[in-house]
Design a protein around this ligand. Structure first.
Ligand code: NDP
Length: 367
């Protein structure tokens, strides 16, 4: 998702250095948010449902839960210039979303998340701009301690904390990524942009995602270089075959990326690659770098209390629903979804989680 054209929000200035959208986010919060955070009597000290996370899954769950009279509290995440886990989630790093139905002309990621949030506020959803530092799911009601060291109790919890794309960690990579100048971790989101059309691009990684992103980019780019650190792809055989036989795809074997080259006018113009076998360095001309080296689900705070798969994604008890191994705890969005990872699928899952929570609470006699 290439970054970052600021949405036009009255009263919020463009962030001219085009860094992380934290200043914009603070502005959006201060201009548009009324935080309803009033405790409502002794019984109400135990929340019916707390939603953790504020991407499409979290806000959709909030809207549905509010309309079901569950009076949800959303812990939307703390604002931090360091963390990927900012309120609004990964879409806050996205320039333009063109594939979310209902926006025929596309929409800025942050603008879209503001709309989601505003819609939740319309139904009096209470929002706190805090992370969950600790959670105790060993007995009900569940206990959550926030980054502000406040303690909340809840009969049910919806976890919608998303997943963060992995990055190489190069300074140049982060510079171009934050500037929206040719480094992104989502070809589906950004691949169709003009800067990549009929130009050579690189996809970093050797798994199914890398091959899928590479195949997707063959529709737009003149040439797609898969940069893989080994001499064998990790991707499934059928995907490998598809890529290796495609005339536009070249695999740069045994290659690691040492630097992303370019400048603030042209954006990314090339990569400095190193051959892991010979130690030789060389330059590869490209206009965009797509990272596909895996995602890390934001599940560390669960501290082993919810069943996770081998990659750390929440395992659903019933794949058709949003239930987890802990009764009363539901999961939605990328935090459990390593396959689709789209805003629309996350939103759909948020809806399911709210409905599941509502029905479960009703079964417990909590309405
Ligand atoms: P994977 O973990 O499968 O692959 C990550 C790739 O990135 C590996 O090739 C790995 O190299 C490489 N890599 C990791 N870290 C670095 C690094 N620091 N520098 C350079 N390269 C690095 O992740 P995917 O996102 O590809 O797939 C996740 C899961 O989703 C898999 O189970 C996959 O099968 C599934 N999936 C399925 C799809 C489908 O069926 N259509 C599409 C997409 C994903 P190395 O191989 O050396 O470890």
């Amino acid at each position: 998702m290439s970054l970052f054209r600021m949405p036009n929000v009255p009263g919020c200035q463009q962030d001219h250095d085009r860094r992380l959208p934290v200043s914009l986010l603070s502005c959006l919060l201060s201009h548009t948010i009324v935080v309803h955070n009033i405790k409502r009597g002794t019984m109400a000290d135990i929340e019916k449902v707390i939603i953790i996370g504020s991407g499409p899954a979290g806000w959709t769950a909030a809207i549905y839960a509010a309309r079901a009279n569950l009076d949800p509290l959303v812990l939307e995440g703390a604002i931090s210039s360091e963390s990927e886990m900012i309120p609004g989630g990964q879409l806050m790093f996205t320039t333009e979303v063109e594939n979310y139905p209902g926006f025929p002309n596309g929409v800025d990621g942050p603008e879209m998340m503001k709309a989601f949030r505003d819609q939740a506020l319309r139904f009096d959803v209470r929002i706190r701009t805090e992370n969950v530092a600790k959670i105790d799911l060993s007995s009900r009601p569940f206990t959550l301690t926030t980054s502000e060291d406040k303690t909340e109790q809840a009969h049910s919890v919806i976890i919608a904390t998303g997943a963060s794309a992995n990055w190489l960690g190069l300074e140049s990579e982060q510079h171009f990524r934050k500037a929206g100048l040719g480094v992104t971790a989502c070809a589906t989101c950004d691949g169709a942009f003009p800067r990549y059309r009929d130009k050579p691009v690189a996809v970093i990684g050797g798994g199914d995602s890398a091959v899928e992103e590479a195949m997707f980019m063959t529709k737009f780019a003149s040439q797609v270089h898969i940069i893989h650190r080994r001499d064998k792809l990790r991707a499934s055989k059928i995907m490998q075959k598809r890529a290796l036989e495609h005339p536009k795809v070249t695999v740069e074997w045994n290659s690691t990326t040492e630097d992303v080259l370019g400048d603030d006018d042209a954006g990314v113009t090339g990569l400095k690659l190193k051959n892991t076998q010979t130690g030789e360095s060389r330059t590869l001309d490209i206009s965009g770098m797509f990272l596909a080296i895996g995602h890390t689900p934001n599940t560390a705070f669960l501290d082993g209390q919810i069943d996770l798969d081998e990659k750390g994604y929440i395992k659903l008890k019933d794949p058709e629903r949003s239930t987890t191994n802990v009764e009363g705890v539901f999961a939605a969005g990328d935090v459990h979804d390593s396959i689709y990872r789209q805003a629309i699928t996350a939103a759909g899952m948020g809806c399911k989680a709210a409905i599941d929570a509502e029905r479960w609470l009703a079964d417990q006699g909590i309405e």
